[in-house]
Design a protein around this ligand. Structure first.
Ligand code: FES
Length: 106
């Protein structure tokens, strides 16, 4: 059973995107033609999958690991309470209905 999420692109347009259980959030975005470069392919080394998530989702997901946080903190758009690398966010049914906002390109 997939989860439907809302994606806000860099022009402020909203898209309804299906997220399959075997995909990371980055894969769901990329596979549904959202403009996410994901140049490292999901191995937490490029930060081109940077997204902002709502407070409650950040809480549900828990702590970012050190490597992810380090990479995020180097980006200009970093928001301590909202930034995640989408490739490090795993599917969870509880995330259905979430709004994901694409961070500006660096
Ligand atoms: S795809 Fe490169 S850090 Fe996520």
């Amino acid at each position: 059973m997939n989860a439907q999420i809302t994606v806000v692109d860099r022009e402020g347009r909203q898209h309804s995107v299906p997220w399959e259980p075997d995909q990371s959030l980055m894969e769901a975005l990329r596979d549904n033609d959202m403009p996410v470069l994901a140049s490292c392919g999901g191995c937490c080394s490029c930060a081109t999958c940077h997204v902002f998530l709502p407070d409650d989702v950040m809480e549900t997901l828990g702590e970012r690991d050190g490597e992810e946080l380090e990479l995020l903190a180097e980006t200009e758009a970093f928001r301590p309470g909202a930034s995640r690398l989408a490739c490090q966010v795993h599917f969870a049914a509880a995330l259905a209905g979430t709004t994901v906002t694409l961070a500006p390109e660096e």
